[in-house]
Design a protein around this ligand. Structure first.
Ligand SMILES: [Ca+2]
Ligand SMILES: [Ca+2]
Ligand SMILES: [Ca+2]
Ligand SMILES: [Ca+2]
Length: 331
């Protein structure tokens, strides 16, 4: 199962600091006196001491060991600057893995980054929260078909239980997921991307509650990773994916005209006005998709619904409004 590869990668990042490469460099990259053979000597006790009056230093002919030679340098390399990186040891231990499920068992490939959250109420206290066993939520696809329809799945964190298997809903096999309580009912919802470039919302039990309009591939992509954030700070979350911004009910809030929908859009309050902006590749949008800044010409395809949405759309007039971001002169 490729899901384990994704999590292993994350673990690798956490463990990497044990590698002692930098330590080796620190000791061996100390500026030396190029070509000098008498930089060290022994004192009366026999302990080595370092000379501070190296002959070649006084001539200016030496060169400190740098990470990289200076631009244009084509002279001989100083062998004293050579440093062999020391390779640390990383031995990941697979705690559990799974490559077949009760529903569509052949759909067992994972390309996206799984999400961890508590979907079900393990301790039967009426809530699904930090006191319950976290679940690993992901999308599988059939081998060689990651842009085809996949299966939304969840496994209990201990690997013992299949918590969720949702097939037949056209969830893109490559889709990223966002998980959060977007209706403030105390239970989590899951946002995914469909093979038709729609966003879909599922309840914690896998019930499909809405499907958005279809968007152009440059605004929303099968490989987009949705995010959930309260952009305008009104207590109700919005949904961001690629260059599109939806309200919590799936209706369109705005569509950016730049950026690359394939990757993860970032949300941050860049102008410190209390409202978060959306950063999509080379562009920044306000919470309604108006462009606050971009380094490129318009590339994204404006939203052009080609199917009947199950969510009621908002007026598109908001998209035409000027950016609400504050410029330095406007503050
Ligand atoms: Ca519980
Ligand atoms: Ca909820
Ligand atoms: Ca909001
Ligand atoms: Ca802001």
């Amino acid at each position: 199962m490729e899901a384990s590869a994704g999590s292993t990668s994350a673990s690798t990042g956490a463990v990497t600091p044990t590698t002692s490469t930098s330590g080796a460099s620190d000791s061996e990259a100390t500026p030396t006196t190029g070509g000098s053979q008498s930089a060290t000597a022994s004192d009366d006790t026999g302990a080595p001491v370092t000379s501070s009056t190296d002959a070649s230093s006084s001539t200016g002919a030496d060169m400190a060991c740098l990470d990289m030679p200076p631009p244009g340098f084509d002279g001989a390399q100083n062998p004293d600057c050579a440093a062999e990186p020391q390779i640390g040891v990383f031995k990941p231990v697979v705690e559990w893995s799974r490559d077949a499920w009760a529903v569509e068992p052949t759909s067992n490939q994972v390309l996206m980054t799984p999400v961890v959250a508590s979907l079900d109420d393990d301790n039967n206290d009426g809530k699904a929260d930090e006191n319950d066993l976290p679940d690993v939520i992901f999308v599988t696809y059939n081998p060689g078909n990651h842009y085809g329809p996949g299966v939304l799945r969840a496994m209990s964190g201990d690997g013992a239980k299949e918590v969720l298997n949702v097939a037949g809903k056209e969830v893109c096999g490559h889709s990223g997921l966002a998980v959060g309580d977007i209706d403030n009912d105390g239970r989590l919802e899951i946002i995914s991307v469909s093979v038709k470039n729609e966003l879909k919302r599922f309840e914690h039990d896998g019930t499909l509650t809405w499907t958005s309009k279809i968007y152009g591939p440059q605004a929303l992509h099968c490989g987009s990773y949705p995010s959930i954030a309260d952009l305008d700070g009104d207590g109700t979350p919005e949904i961001v994916a690629g260059a599109i911004i939806l309200n919590a009910d799936g209706s369109r809030r705005g569509v950016g005209q730049h950026g690359n929908a394939f990757f993860i859009s970032t949300v941050a309050d860049l102008d410190q006005d209390g409202k978060q902006e959306v950063i999509v590749g080379n562009a920044v949008y306000d919470d309604k998709g108006a462009t606050c800044g971009s380094t490129a010409r318009a590339t994204a395809t404006p939203a052009s619904p080609t199917s009947t949405p199950t969510a009621s759309p908002r007026s598109s007039s908001a998209r035409a409004a000027p950016c609400a971001c504050k410029t330095p002169s406007a503050r």
